[in-house]
Design a binder for this molecule. Structure first.
Ligand code: GLN
Length: 240
C-alpha cells in the first residue's frame, strides 16, 4: 500500500528560528513517519511562492530585527494563512511568530511590528526580558516544559484561550499566569527549547489533527518515548 503523505510547512526558517526551534520540524517529521506517514517538509521564506496542500504549519521565534524583516511578507500571505486556519489546519507558532499571528508587537524602542491578527491578542515589550526555564500546565497536554526568552508581553483577547497555566516562569506576560494561545487548531506558545522533543503529546496532537482532517482517520503507533521522558524529568529539575 502506498503510504499517505503529510505536508509540513515551516514558515521563515531563515529569519525566525532561534533557541532550537528547528527541532520542532524534525520531531514532527520523525513522529509522523513513525505513525506511518510519508512526510514532505517544506520551507517558506520571504518572496517564495506559498505551496499548496499544506497539512501542518509551524514557525519559530526571532530577534525583533528578524520580525521586522519578515513583516511585509507575512502580511502579504495573511489571507492564505487565515483561510488555512479557518479551515482547521493545525499550526504551531513559537514566540516571535506567535506574537505576529496576533495584532501587533510594540517593541522596546516603540515601533510597531504589525501582525496578521489571526489570534486576538497584542504584545507590548516590557522593560525587562522574561528569560528562563518554564513549566506550564494544560488539561489536554499535561505539564508543558520549555525555555522562554522574550521582551514582549502578550495579552490575550476574549476570543482566544491560553495553551497552559504557568507553574514556574513568566509565560505570556508575567502577570496573569497564562501561557500561549489556542484558536481553532492553532497553538501559539513562548516555549522554545525546542518545545516538541520534550512535549511529544503536542506533536502527536498536530499530526493526529492533520491526518484525521486529510484522511478521515488516525491510528497511532506506540512510540518508545523513553528519551523524551528522561528529557522531561531532567528539565523539570532545572532552575529557573
Ligand atoms: N523579539 C521578540 C521578543 O523579544 C521575540 C523573541 C523570541 O522569539 N524569542 O519578544
Amino acid at each position: 500500500m502506498t503510504k499517505r503523505t503529510l505536508r509540513i510547512l515551516q514558515l521563515y526558517p531563515q529569519d525566525m528560528n532561534i533557541y532550537g526551534d528547528n527541532g520542532n520540524a524534525l520531531v514532527l517529521q520523525q513522529r509522523a513517519k513513525w505513525h506511518g506517514y510519508n512526510v514532505e517538509l517544506l520551507s517558506y521564506n520571504p518572496g517564495d511562492t506559498f505551496p499548496a496542500d499544506i497539512d501542518i504549519i509551524i514557525g519559530g521565534g526571532g530577534q525583533d530585527s528578524g520580525q521586522d524583516k519578515i513583516q511585509a511578507d507575512l502580511l502579504s500571505i495573511k489571507d492564505t494563512l487565515r483561510d488555512l486556519a479557518e479551515n482547521d489546519t493545525p499550526m504551531l507558532l513559537i514566540c516571535g511568530l506567535y506574537q505576529l499571528f496576533g495584532k501587533f508587537f510594540k517593541t522596546q524602542d516603540g515601533h510597531i511590528i504589525k501582525g496578521i491578527g489571526l489570534l486576538d491578542m497584542e504584545t507590548h515589550a516590557g522593560s525587562e526580558r522574561l528569560i528562563g526555564n518554564i513549566i506550564t500546565h494544560s488539561d489536554q497536554f499535561g505539564d508543558i516544559i520549555g525555555y522562554e526568552n522574550h521582551s514582549g508581553q502578550t495579552f490575550l483577547g476574549s476570543t482566544v484561550g491560553s495553551l497552559g497555566t504557568v507553574q514556574r516562569g513568566a509565560g505570556n506576560n508575567g502577570q496573569d499566569d497564562t501561557e500561549g494561545a489556542r484558536y481553532k487548531n492553532i497553538i501559539g506558545s513562548y516555549l522554545h527549547g525546542s518545545l516538541l522533543p520534550k512535549n511529544p503529546a503536542i506533536a502527536d496532537y498536530l499530526i493526529e489533527t492533520a491526518a484525521t482532517k486529510k484522511f478521515g482517520d488516525f491510528t497511532p503507533t506506540v512510540i518508545d518515548d523513553r528519551f523524551a521522558k528522561l528529557a522531561r524529568e531532567h528539565a523539570l529539575k532545572r532552575p529557573r
